[in-house]
Write a protein that binds this ligand. Structure first.
Ligand SMILES: Nc1ncnc2c1ncn2[C@@H]1O[C@H](COP(=O)(O)OP(=O)(O)O)[C@@H](O)[C@H]1O
Ligand SMILES: [Mg+2]
Length: 461
């Protein structure tokens, strides 16, 4: 793995290097070129002035030259020389050797040359001229400027020092910054490993308001959801095992007493076996309900089809009428036509069956259950109200949770697993609907389920 820091650092170092090289070369060459230009124009114009003064002489003679130079300010030059057309030095305040520039100027054109050797600008210039008697000569100027060179070198030195300091500071700042950044990323990675290891209660401490903090917050939200899901799963597994354990224990007990009791009469055996049958039925219902729930959880949806809720209600009532008769509960129906939604018929059957079964089961003798079905522009509404025992306010929030029962003994006695309303809830939500529970006047409960009405043409009816 290539660390971000290495990548980051390489880029910064590359940029810094380019900057340093530029800073340490460009100002030097630019100011050197400027000095070259200045020297060239200065020396050439000076040479021109001298050459034109010399061309006023009758002939090239040392005395004449001395005379001309005396009238001029040439003190700034290290060497001045004048040669005649044969290359003879007629005047020279230097080494006495014929400079190369001078012999080239004798060929007829002016010459300039300047070099910079870090300690000085060394410049030389030569220019041809002709005197009154027609003979040709050339004048040579030489200068060594240490002052300018020193100035440029000092400025250059300062730039170098300053740029080194800036580069050092930049590296320190970048290192510090990347260290801070990396520390936070490492913290995030560490937290991810902890959570991946199974500690869902772990939370990352989030500081600041930048992208990394955002990442941290998202991570915490994710972990929280994971935590909640895991808690739910554990509770569900333990509740489910408990629900299955109780009837199984009864079955074993009943079977054991039949087997171990040698002189048990036929009537008792029949009674016990009937009880075993009931328990087995309860187990069967619970497992079926668990399977329904898991199907709803998976979100595996059968293709929705047009479902006429009135027809489904009538179908459910065929199965529930005997229970209503047994409980002495009257069924009142107010079912409008045209309550059609796009849904899964089996799911809708579960919804209506469970709500109605509860309303009958948790009722009182001579009570009633009222089923109302109506539709308006936006919704199809199913209302199941009863005159039963009602649900205490405090329990209403939990009533849709898995295995929740208000009165455990009573519910179990009537064969309930506490899963019915969770299935109702999940099925309603899966079909885009909503469900609410309230109390009925003067006593009992009301469950109201709303489904959005499909748009025109969607139901195909
Ligand atoms: N119409 C109702 N009147 C009173 N109590 C109800 C009604 N419907 C549901 N309950 C309460 O809600 C609990 C959960 O219902 P449900 O999930 O269908 O489980 P159960 O298998 O016990 O019927 C029931 O045990 C019961 O205590
Ligand atoms: Mg029920």
């Amino acid at each position: 793995m290539r660390s971000i820091r290495v990548q980051f650092f390489s880029i910064i170092i590359a940029v810094l290097l380019i900057l340093l090289v530029l800073l340490n070369t460009y100002p030097l060459t630019a100011s050197r070129d400027l000095v070259f230009q200045e020297k060239e124009s200065g020396m050439l114009s000076q040479a021109t002035v001298i050459a034109s003064s010399l061309s006023g002489l009758d002939s090239i003679s040392r005395a004449g030259i001395v005379e001309v130079l005396r009238l001029m300010d040439v003190s700034g030059y290290g060497r001045i020389a004048v040669a005649d057309d044969k290359g003879q030095l007629m005047y020279d305040n230097g080494s006495g050797e014929l400079p190369e520039e001078l012999s080239r100027a004798l060929e007829g054109k002016s010459v300039f040359r300047s070099v910079f050797d870090e300690s000085a600008f060394v410049s030389a210039c030569a220019m041809p001229f002709s005197v009154q008697n027609g003979s040709l000569g050339a004048v040579y100027l030489y200068e060594r400027d240490e002052e300018r060179a020193a100035l440029i070198m000092t400025v250059q030195g300062r730039i170098r020092v300053a740029s080194l300091i800036i580069a050092g500071l930049a590296i320190v700042v970048v290192l510090g910054f990347s260290e801070l950044l990396l520390r936070r990323i490492r913290e995030l990675v560490r937290s991810m490993r902890i959570v991946a290891g199974g500690d869902y209660a772990h939370r990352l401490g989030v500081r600041g308001r930048d992208e990394i903090s955002e990442l941290g917050e998202e991570f915490n939200l994710l972990t929280e959801r994971l935590d909640e899901t895991e808690r739910q799963r554990r509770r569900f597994v333990s509740d489910a095992s408990h629900e299955l354990k109780t009837p199984l224990a009864s079955i074993r007990l009943l079977a054991d007493s039949v087997v171990q009791n040698e002189n048990v009469d036929m009537a008792t055996v029949r009674e016990f076996v009937t009880d075993i049958g009931h328990e087995a039925q309860r187990l069967q219902r619970t497992t079926e309900e668990l399977l329904d729930l898991s199907r709803l959880d998976d979100g595996v949806q059968v293709l929705p089809e047009p479902v006429d809720l009135k027809q489904v209600t009538l179908d459910a009532l065929v199965l529930l009428r005997p229970l209503a008769v047994e409980k002495q509960v009257k069924l009142q129906l107010e079912l409008d036509d045209g309550c059609v939604i796009m849904a899964n018929t089996d799911d809708m059957f579960h919804v209506i069956f469970n709500l109605t079964e509860n309303a009958v089961k948790y009722n009182v003798p001579d009570g009633y259950v009222r089923l109302q079905l109506s539709a308006d522009e936006e919704n199809v509404t199913l209302s199941v109200s009863d005159s039963g025992i009602g649900i205490p306010e405090a329990d209403r929030l939990n009533i849709f949770s898995r295995f929740y029962r208000v009165d455990k003994a009573r519910s179990r006695a009537s064969g309930g697993s506490g899963l019915g309303l969770s299935i109702v809830h999940d099925a309603v939500i899966a079909h885009g609907g909503s469900i609410s529970v309230g109390s009925n006047k003067p006593q009992g409960s009301v469950f109201i389920v709303k489904f959005p009405r499909p748009g025109d043409g969607e139901t195909g009816i």
